[in-house]
Each structure stands twice: as structure tokens, then as C-alpha cells.
Design a protein around this ligand. Structure first.
Ligand SMILES: *[C@@H]1O[C@H](CO)[C@@H](O)[C@H](O)[C@H]1NC(C)=O
Length: 255
């Protein structure tokens, strides 16, 4: 039962550079070894994740792990098209603060042959996301080209993640690769600050105040709509990190 590499999924926020010519592997002799039986390993994996998340916050260049608190996004854009609203939104120079305060509350693992299913429930008390944005929107017959800065604070982000993966071998060691990831973050409260929505400052203020009143609706639309933008990026980052993490070191040896 070789499911423990999942422990390192907490690296999911790490940006990864091209791997160095000779791959260095994550070695963590000071961490616990988990039971072989996946059904009994949840709490142990949770412990390892909660140990590694704050430890790796500054990244590890030799493992190709970039710092993830703040997590920096140079550029990301997505197309939006639904009902009365169509357009394109791009963000630049985005910084996300809060990932190192991520606490894993629950871990559930199922292993079936080489296939793995991992479910986690986690909590981030506060996240701050800011950067520059630019959009071209068509709202009914209205053309908008807002451009400015934004600063969004999220409180009590509760995240339920389901990951599907499989084991594979390389250099005589075993690793895990993810095939799919599904995340359902809910947020208790959100404060949105932005400028540049309208050229007129009073209208601008009004728009931000409306956004703050309706953030639940906005969030409910944006999250699923942007999934096809962020899900492949997450998968790529996690899988790049997992290539540096041989999993057997986390599992109790056979009697
Ligand atoms: C964003 O807003 C938060 C909370 O209001 C504030 O603490 C932080 O300094 C702001 N950051 C920037 C870059 O404006």
C-alpha cells in the first residue's frame, strides 16, 4: 500500500522550475512512518502534511520548489461567457498570502492496486490576494474595459479536495502521479477592494460596494467557470513536485 506520497500534496502550491540534470529527492528521516494499511493511515498522513506545509514555505531550489507564501502568479487569463456577460479577464503580478497557514483537518485514502483516491479537508484562516487586473467585458449591450488593481481578503477558507492518482516507478523508486483534482473551497467572508472599474471615482466606489454585497454570487460563478484554467496548472505543479518525492520512505517497512 503505497499511498503516503500523497502527504506531499501539500506541495501543491509550489511553483516548479525545470528539474536539474540530476534529480534530487526529498528526504525526510525525521517524519513519522505511516501504517501500510491505507484505511489506517489518514491521521499519520495528516501529521506529515501539517509538518511539511510550514516547513517548505520558503521553497527549496534544489527540489525545484519555489516559495509558496506568498505564491506568485505572473500572469493568468480566462475567458468568461454566460448569459448576459461575456469577456476576457487577465490578472498580472498576483500575490497570494496564507498558504503556509494551511491546516489539514482530515485525510482519507483509498488504494486499489496502483490507483489511489485521496480526500482532504483543510482550512486557511485568512488569505490575501492582490495584483493588477484588466478585463474586456460585454454586459448586455454595455462595453466595459476596466483596468486597475485589486485586493481581496478571504476569511476561513474551508477546502474539500478529491485527488485521483496512480503509482509509477523511476530509478528503482516508487512515485505518485495525479490524474485529476477537484477542489471545492467555501469562504465564510470576503472583502473586495478594487479600483479602475469605472473612470468616475464615485461610480467606482459604488461598483466595489455592490461587489462586496454580492460576493457570494460572484464567487459561485467564478470558481467553476475558471476551473479549466487552474485545474491543469495545479496538476502540473503537484506532479512536478511529486517527482522529487519517493514514497516508500513514508511507509512502515514490512515485518
Ligand atoms: C490588502 O488589504 C489588506 C486588508 O485590508 C491589507 O492589510 C493589505 O495591506 C492590502 N495590501 C495591499 C498590497 O494593498
Amino acid at each position: 500500500m503505497h499511498y503516503i506520497a500523497l502527504a506531499t500534496i501539500c506541495l501543491l502550491a509550489s511553483g516548479i522550475n525545470a528539474a536539474p540534470a540530476e534529480t534530487k529527492y526529498l528526504r525526510t528521516d525525521d517524519l513519522p512512518k505511516c501504517p501500510k494499511d491505507a484505511d489506517q493511515a489518514g491521521d499519520c498522513i495528516k501529521l506529515i502534511m501539517n509538518e511539511l506545509i510550514p516547513r517548505l514555505r520558503l521553497g527549496d531550489p534544489e527540489l525545484g520548489i519555489e516559495p509558496y507564501d506568498p505564491f506568485v502568479i505572473d500572469r493568468l487569463s480566462f475567458q468568461y461567457s454566460s448569459g448576459a456577460v461575456n469577456g476576457k479577464i487577465s490578472v498580472r503580478n498576483v500575490k497570494l498570502y496564507g498558504f503556509a497557514e494551511h491546516t489539514i483537518e482530515k485525510v482519507n485514502v483509498k488504494v486499489n492496486g496502483d490507483k489511489v483516491k485521496l480526500r482532504t479537508v483543510s482550512h486557511i484562516p485568512k488569505m490575501n490576494i492582490f495584483g493588477d487586473y484588466k478585463a474586456e467585458l460585454q454586459v448586455n449591450s454595455l462595453q466595459l474595459k476596466p483596468k486597475g488593481t485589486f485586493n481581496v481578503t478571504l476569511f476561513d477558507v474551508e477546502n474539500r479536495v478529491v485527488m485521483d492518482g496512480e503509482f509509477f516507478s523511476k530509478d528503482g523508486l516508487r512515485f505518485l502521479r495525479l490524474k485529476d483534482i477537484e477542489a471545492n473551497p467555501t469562504v465564510r467572508d470576503m472583502v473586495i477592494k478594487a479600483n479602475g472599474i469605472f473612470p468616475d471615482p464615485e461610480l467606482d466606489e459604488l461598483a466595489v460596494s455592490v461587489a462586496n454585497s454580492y460576493w457570494r454570487d460572484i464567487y459561485g460563478i467564478i470558481l467553476p467557470e475558471t476551473r479549466q484554467s487552474w485545474a491543469p496548472v495545479m496538476l502540473r505543479l503537484i506532479n512536478a513536485a511529486l517527482q522529487h518525492v519517493p514514497i516508500d520512505q513514508f511507509i512502515q517497512p514490512s515485518e
